[in-house]
Structures are given as C-alpha cells and as structure tokens.
Design a binder for this molecule. Structure first.
Ligand code: NAD
Ligand code: UDP
Length: 314
C-alpha cells in the first residue's frame, strides 16, 4: 500500500486530494497547521485506519515515521485576501516549506509534486499561457509574496531534481473551485454565490473585463493524480480553457441563483491579472487529461454546497 504525505491536506484542494488518494488505496498522512484550512474538511476521515493527521507547521523540520512513496506539497495560503494578510507565512511556506518537503522526499527516496500556480505567469503578456512562457510578475507588488514564493518553489524543486536526482513534478494549477471552499476566502466564486444568496450586492472589481478560466475541483484533482503517476518532470498547466470575464461570471451566478442582487463596481486590486487561460496541450497529450465538468455542472454542484453552508451558519 503506497504511503502518501499531503501537506496542506486540511485545505480546499488538499482535502479533496486526501479523499482521492485514499480511494486509490494509498495510506494518507495529512500535515497541516490549520492556518487557512479547517479540521472540518477532513473530519470524515479521522476514524479511518489508513488516514493520519499530523498538526505541524511545514516551515519547520518535517518528521514522518516509516516509508513514504509520494509527497504532495500543497501547504500555502492561496486566496488573495489570505496571502495579503499573511505575507511572511506565505513566503515562508513557499520557500522554507518547499525545502523541508523536498528534504523529506529525498530522505524517503519518494516522489515529490509541487502545487504551483498560474500566478507564476503574473499579469501575462502571452495568451493563452503555455508552460514555456516565463511570466510577467511584479516582485515588489502586494501579490509578489505569493507569486515569488511559488516561483522560488519551482526553482527549488528543479534544483532537488537536478542536483539530488529527486523525482519531482510541478503542477501549475489555474483557478479551481468547488465544495469546501471557505465562503469568506474572498475569491470571486464563493463571494459572488454568498452575496447572491443573501441578497447582498455583487462586488465586481474594476470594470469586470478581466478574465479567468475556472476548473471544477474533481477535474483539477484528476490532472494532479495523472501528473504524479506520469514521468513528466517539466511544469504542466492544469486548468480549464473555458475563459470568462468576471462581470459575465457574476451575471451567470445571478441567473443561476435567481438572485436580484445588484452588481456594484469596487476598486480593482493592484496587479490583478487582466487575463488568464491555460494552454493545456501538454496535459492533454502527455497525461491524456481532459476536463469532464462544464462550468454549468460545476457551478450547480458548488451552489448546492454553498446553500448548505449558509443554512448551517444561519
Ligand atoms: P487552502 O488555503 O484551502 O489550503 C492550504 C492549506 O495549507 C490549509 O489547510 C492551510 O492550513 C495549510 N497551510 C498553510 N501554511 C501551512 C504551514 N506553514 N504548515 C502546514 N500547513 C499549512 O488553499 P487551496 O485553494 O486548497 O490551495 C492549496 C494549494 O494549491 C496551495 O499551495 C495553492 O497555492 C495551490 N493552488 C490553488 C489554486 C486554487 O484555485 N485553489 C490555484 C493554484 C494553486
Ligand atoms: N473579484 C471580484 N470581486 C470579488 C472577488 C474577486 O471582482 O469579490 C475578481 C478579482 O479582482 C479577480 C477575479 O475576480 O480579477 C478572480 O479573483 P479570485 O480572487 O477568485 O482569483 P485570482 O485573482 O487569484 O485569480
């Protein structure tokens, strides 16, 4: 039975990965300090003999007893409001946390997968973004703490691969949504759904013409799984190609919820990327990966979760 360590396993993506790897017959060791994640995301796993939670800050030395086959490094604040309020922790977990997770991987002669991000492309000058594009990041801007941490993490991953011969994979994950997102994490989708369902104005930043391409969580998890078991060492984009302007996205959510909330314009945050769409040719050709969920299907599933969450909080 393979043993798999998932840092950030109590977060949104991490908890879905815990579910997926358990379903694949792995023993899963989740390491998380609950900085932005929640015990609730993994509460359904706590009684399982094949699941272990270690509460630990991965910027410090990571100790895991026994053999380990895979290490997936997902620990990091990920939503803009989180990494803007936690700038030093974000830099530390991208830099020191990646170093510690790679050290564990080397010690155990395991295989490592880094959760990188479309943010390594910054405000892109190439569209759609393919993996050979080096990006357009402002290192001293507010978002720099996240973007540069991930760029450093990629460089560190490649150094461990080249210098120590560690088996590594790099997933450049684009905007992903689904159940278990925090309703107050500030990202567009949970914010718009919460606002629409509670009759609050929908806050669209700037003119709303900036674009994103939103992937449903099961598709992203499938891409990550396929990448891990592949032999592709170079970074691979994982995300939806279905690009939409943020204002149109807000309107779509209004229609879906039947809400009469008005759309209000708020200031566009500094360095907010103007467009984002992955070129997924590598994932398609080398991993045989194709998204299975349309946005309409993914939004329906997520809306059901958001409704339940709001009812629980009421
Ligand atoms: P999340 O905030 O829900 O999960 C991150 C988890 O990491 C949380 O459980 C948090 O408590 C934990 N964590 C943070 N710092 C830690 C530390 N020092 N030690 C131990 N645990 C720590 O975010 P998410 O959306 O699930 O993102 C997970 C990963 O995927 C991140 O690395 C993020 O950069 C990457 N990613 C996510 C998206 C997306 O759209 N969700 C897109 C690109 C990349
Ligand atoms: N956004 C918005 N209103 C909100 C939250 C976000 O208009 O209440 C915009 C944000 O400025 C960005 C887009 O929606 O242009 C996606 O934001 P999100 O935080 O979801 O992801 P990221 O900027 O990291 O891609």
């Amino acid at each position: 039975m393979p043993r798999t360590v998932i840092t950030g396993g109590a977060g949104f993506l991490g908890s879905h990965l815990c579910d997926r790897f358990l379903a694949e017959g792995h023993k899963v060791i989740c390491i998380d300090n609950f900085l932005t994640g929640s015990p609730e995301n993994i509460s359904h796993l706590m009684e399982r003999p094949d699941f272990l939670l270690i509460k630990h800050d991965v910027t410090n030395y990571i100790y895991v007893d026994g053999p380990v086959d895979f290490v997936l490094h997902f620990a990091s604040p990920a939503s803009p409001i989180d990494y803007l309020r936690l700038p030093i922790q974000t830099l530390k977990v991208g830099a020191l946390g990646t170093h510690k997770a790679l050290g564990l991987t080397k010690e155990k002669q395991a295989r490592f997968l880094l959760a990188s991000t479309s943010e390594v492309y910054g405000d892109p000058l190439v569209h759609p973004q393919h993996e050979k594009y080096w990006g357009n990041v402002n290192p001293v801007g507010l978002r720099g703490v996240y973007d540069e941490a991930k760029r450093f993490a990629e460089a560190m991953t490649m150094a461990y691969h080249r210098y120590h011969g560690v088996e590594t994979r790099i997933a450049r994950i684009f905007n992903t949504y689904g159940p278990r997102m925090r309703l107050d994490d500030g990202r567009a989708l949970p914010t718009f759904m919460r606002q629409a369902l509670t009759g609050k104005p929908i806050t669209v930043y700037g003119d709303g013409l900036q674009t994103r391409s939103f992937a449903y969580v099961s598709d992203t998890v499938e891409g990550i799984y396929r990448l891990l078991v592949s032999d592709v060492t170079d970074p691979v984009n994982i995300g939806s190609r279905d690009e939409i302007a943020i204002r149109a996205f807000a309107e779509e959510i209004l229609t879906l919820t039947g809400s009469r909330s008005p759309i209000v314009a708020e200031t566009l945050p500094a360095d907010d990327p103007k467009s984002r769409q992955p070129d997924t040719t590598v994932a398609e050709t080398k991993l045989g990966w194709h998204p299975q969920y349309t946005r309409a299907e993914g939004l329906e599933l997520t809306l059901a979760y958001v409704r339940k969450r709001l009812a629980k909080n009421a």
